[in-house]
Design a protein around this ligand. Sequence first.
Ligand SMILES: [Zn+2]
Length: 89
Amino acid sequence: MKHRRSIDLSPRHKYVGPAGELPWINLAKLSAYYVLGGECGRCGHKGWIDREKVRRRFGAETFLKELRNNLVCVECGNRKGNSFTIWKA
Ligand SMILES: [Zn+2]
């Protein structure tokens, strides 16, 4: 079953880096050309995050660093030590 906050991985995206850790990055500053990914701190699972859903739920001004605690791994359910990754669409 697909988690509502995950979308399919696509090879067309180019990895930019773990820029989601930077304290000043929020959706308002992150250009629409970038896609958000998430990485699990426990099992290492990687997946896409629907930035539009994040924006609707938390607003575009909330910094990604603060949202890290809201990330839940769809593989193992881990909520700790998860991180955002930034990809170029
Ligand atoms: Zn996991």
